[in-house]
Design a protein around this ligand. Structure first.
Ligand SMILES: [Zn+2]
Ligand SMILES: [Zn+2]
Length: 194
């Protein structure tokens, strides 16, 4: 299994969002025992935060493979579905960040206004690191609500034929092509953006 360090390496920095994604993914892997080699596990993520990078590295559900589905709901909810059984778990994150003291709030305010002095940077860094370790060490019930169930499976990733756009000549996946005045166009050409 991948470690938190592996994920930080992929993501580029350590942050609370990534730590939450790590905990969510670890829970999913525990449930289904193992990573997705091909398409046996599907993840539906309801946000596009740092956490999703952890989901991709940990579970093997990736955007490119088509077994990572993004729903732009802005919610900290992650659903994992096993193919072909349809067995699923839905994980809703309800972690609350620790309360801030008045002094802490003031330093945050300075940071938000652009103060990058040593004192402020040091504080922000420590604060983030504290949140990360709190998340990594927390009991599951402090972080998330897990609901087991069965789900209808989304269709498997399909490979579509490509056509050449009549305007720019670049290849475009057929279902994404648009028609105007009898011409087949890619979306940027259709919308006149390029
Ligand atoms: Zn991050
Ligand atoms: Zn085009």
């Amino acid at each position: 299994m991948k470690t938190f360090d592996d994920i930080v390496d992929f993501h580029g920095h350590s942050c609370p969002g990534l730590a939450l994604g790590y905990r969510v993914s670890s829970r999913a892997i525990k449930e289904f025992r193992g990573r997705s080699g091909d398409e046996e596990l599907v993840a539906i993520v309801e946000n596009n935060s740092c956490a999703v990078d952890a989901v991709q590295v940990m579970t093997g559900c990736t955007f490119g493979k088509g077994n990572l589905i993004f729903k732009d709901y802005g919610k900290q909810v992650y659903t994992f579905i096993k193919r072909p059984s349809g067995r699923s778990i839905r994980i809703s994150v309800h972690w609350k960040k620790p309360a801030e003291s008045e002094e802490e709030r003031k330093i945050w305010e300075r940071y938000m206004k652009g103060d990058r002095s040593k004192k402020v940077i040091h504080f922000i860094h420590n604060r983030k690191a504290a949140k990360v370790s709190q998340i990594l060490d927390a009991d599951e019930t402090e972080l998330m609500t897990v609901t087991k169930g069965k789900q209808v499976l989304p269709p498997e990733a399909r490979i579509y034929p490509s056509i050449d756009c009549d305007e720019c000549g670049e290849k475009v996946m057929e279902p994404r092509a648009r028609v105007r005045n009898g011409k087949l166009l890619c979306i940027p050409c259709f919308e006149g953006k390029e």
